[in-house]
Design a protein around this ligand. Structure first.
Ligand code: MSP
Length: 654
């Protein structure tokens, strides 16, 4: 019988935005799905990659003083780049596409030409509102409060000669696809697409640009580059070899079974993508699943907000499998999930340390303690065992039902119901008292075997979520390769009766949450700081000050005769100054955080003298010393303006 195929994709990522835990969310989900399908016997193709064209890359490379390709190579293949991150997260993709790969570029040119020759792409002029960061043109009516509806940033008027795709021609077919089939999931996303985008009227889509170069050139009109979204979406079939010779799997795997995408790019995947495939007369993907975002305090993670969560830091602290597990256990895949460090630690402690970890360590520990790790093969069943066995054997089917709907959280919930039941079984059967009674040895062996079997079944089904940990559990319970399979996941008694068990080290030591939270906060604070601009200066004052007003300001060189801290004030220093008038002048300045008084005595500074006197801590201050201020890594820095001592006291600055 021919093996069943499954083709799954993630979005291809913009590599210039440092990938964070939010990006990992979708990739971990897709990886789990791919592993699950492989487990159930499918021939899986799992694709991910990077989306490397567009104005944003062009300008970021320029800022970095590199060519776009050099810049991209660094952030895709370099240390802690995209490939490193997926390796860290144990992502088992079968293929990785970069849209700058030659085979892809050539295929996109052919695709563009084909749609042009068919009349579905035509030349026109584009006038619209353009959002540079999103590389999207918008119509006036699509803007939200005059800003980009995707990212909320400013848009600007743009006009250029451009090619258009006849999206309008496919509106009815796309509407039917969305409303009358299960193409777009979860179902809740359908209304949004139909009501917000299709019903108001689908306009033709601008699919070429002339305002920048970093894109795939339209080969029959070289001033134009292909719109990044057309380039990007076609990665899904070109990575299989569509219209290129690099790969040869198009017939085998296309159409995709599912594209996992974040909710903000559902529009591209559920309207523009099927319309272009219709134009190309290609089969449509079976499903697009629009998942929710991981948010922080209800808002999107973003580098500019300084709230991105670094997967490297989290996996170093808690382990990759714990992190993968957390992402899919805590949040329903279809809706937004509020990420917090507390939630992460809590989930690890509750589910992994207390429930799963405990079950494994208690069971293997007792097998070692009472039988030296190898159980005798005689059994003595009791009615009490039935419920556990039945539940464990029924688990595969319940789990499968959820996984087939991409409901990872529910799939895990089913597993944990069984884990909890097994822990309860330990309390009911009290193996430690059986262990005290020589005549109960057979019963004790039966109880432990039942627990090991339950662990084996749960572990088989947990493997797609936590591959490395599950391997370790299988080792601990002495499960041979043959009994780790999908086929054996509902067959009781598959583990050898005399399997050799080894407790080994604890899988999930309990996390001291107070300490871990403090460590994480310190780390995230440090990362936030590191992400701040090295140097920040005050924004410039737009308004002019008229010249006469400026001239009224009396700036003078002053000699610091004495300087002392003002009592009961942390900030204030009291300066006694020679301003050239023959009478001492007192000025107070809030700069004690930056200078010790002694280091300033004898120096020459600049002061403005004709400010109205002001009392501070009961002392009148007559003028102000001039300092320069800026920020370094978010920290306020101040330099008192000191000048050449050759300048006499009272010299006017002009
Ligand atoms: N390059 C396009 C996709 C082209 S696919 C043909 C793109 N790239 S992206 O890097 O900006 O985003 C990639 C994916 O990451 C999107 O699906 C997006 O929703 C997802 N996420 C980015 N931040 C996220 C969270 N905070 N939470 C969950 N997913 C998030 O869009």
């Amino acid at each position: 019988m021919e093996q069943k195929k499954f083709y799954i994709t993630t979005p291809i990522y913009y590599p210039s935005d440092k990938l964070h835990i939010g990006h990992s969310y979708c990739t971990v989900a897709a990886d789990t799905m791919a592993r699950y399908k492989r487990l159930t016997g499918y021939d899986v193709m799992f694709l991910t990659g990077t989306d490397e064209h567009g104005q944003k890359i062009e300008s970021k490379a320029k800022e970095a003083g590199l060519s776009p390709k050099e810049f991209l190579d660094r952030i895709v293949e370099g240390e802690r780049g995209v490939l490193d991150l997926w390796k860290l997260m144990n992502i088992s993709n079968d293929r990785f596409i970069r849209t700058t790969d030659d085979y892809h570029c050539e295929a996109v040119q052919k695709i563009f030409r084909k749609m042009y020759e068919k009349g579905d792409i035509y030349k026109g002029a584009y006038k619209g509102k353009y959002c540079t960061p999103c590389e999207s043109f918008w119509t006036e009516s699509q803007l939200v409060d005059g800003k980009c509806p995707d990212c909320g940033r400013e848009v600007h008027d743009a006009e250029e000669e451009a090619y258009f795709f006849r999206l309008s021609k496919y509106a009815d077919r796309v509407q039917h696809l969305l409303e009358d089939t299960d193409f777009l999931q979860p179902r809740t996303r359908v209304n949004e697409m139909v009501n917000n985008f299709i019903k108001p009227g689908l306009e033709d889509l601008c699919v070429s640009r002339t305002s920048f170069d970093w894109g795939i050139p339209v080969d029959f009109d070289p001033g134009h580059v292909v719109y990044v979204w057309v380039d990007a979406l076609f990665n899904y079939p070109t990575a299989l070899g569509f219209m290129n010779d690099r790969y040869n799997d198009y017939d085998k795997y296309w159409p995709a079974d599912v594209h996992f995408v974040g909710k903000e790019i559902v529009r591209f995947h559920s309207i523009i993508w099927p319309a272009m495939l219709m134009s190309m007369e290609m089969p449509l993907p079976k499903h697009v699943y629009g998942h929710g975002w991981l948010v922080i305090d209800g808002g999107k993670m973003s580098k500019s907000k300084g709230n991105v969560v670094d997967p490297y830091a989290l996996s170093e602290m808690f382990g990759v499998d714990a992190l993968r597990f957390f992402l899919l256990r805590t949040f329903p895949f279809g809706t937004d999930g509020n990420f917090s460090n507390e939630l992460l630690i809590n989930t690890i402690n509750t589910d992994l340390a207390n429930k799963l970890g405990n079950l494994v360590s208690r069971t293997t520990g007792m097998a070692e303690k009472y039988f030296g790790g190898t159980l005798p093969t005689e059994r003595e069943d009791e009615a009490l065992d039935c419920e556990l066995k039945t539940m464990a054997c029924a688990l595969r089917e319940r789990y499968e039902e959820e996984m087939e709907k991409f409901q990872f959280q529910n799939g895990l919930e089913e597993i944990f119901k069984v884990v909890e039941r097994a822990n309860k079984y330990i309390d009911e059967t009290t193996p430690w008292s059986l262990g005290k009674d020589e005549s109960k040895r057979t019963r004790l062996a039966t109880v432990l075997y039942n627990l090991l079997e339950t662990i084996r079944i749960c572990t088989t089904l947990l493997t797609p979520f936590m591959p490395d940990t599950c391997d370790k559990i299988f080792e601990k319970i002495g499960a041979c390769e043959g009994c780790r399979t999908w086929e054996k996941a509902n067959v009781w008694g598959s583990l050898r009766a005399d399997a050799t068990v080894c407790k080994g080290e604890n899988l999930f030591p309990r996390i001291d949450s107070e300490k871990a939270l403090a460590d994480l906060e310190a780390l995230q604070e440090a990362q936030k700081k590191a992400a701040l601009p090295a140097l920040e200066i005050e924004s410039y004052v737009e308004e002019y000050v008229d010249f006469d007003t400026f001239l009224k300001s009396d700036f003078r060189a002053v000699k610091i005769k004495n300087c002392e801290a003002v009592k009961k004030s942390d900030k204030l220093l009291k300066f006694t100054l020679d301003d050239g008038s023959g009478t001492d002048r007192i000025i107070l300045s809030g700069i004690h955080a930056y200078y010790e008084p002694e280091e300033l005595i004898g120096k020459t500074a600049i002061a403005i003298l004709n400010l109205p006197p002001r009392k501070m801590m009961g002392i009148p201050s007559c003028g102000m010393l001039i300092s320069a201020v800026h920020k370094e890594k978010g920290e306020e820095k101040l330099h008192l303006m000191l000048i050449d001592d050759a300048v006499p006291a009272g010299a006017k600055l002009c």
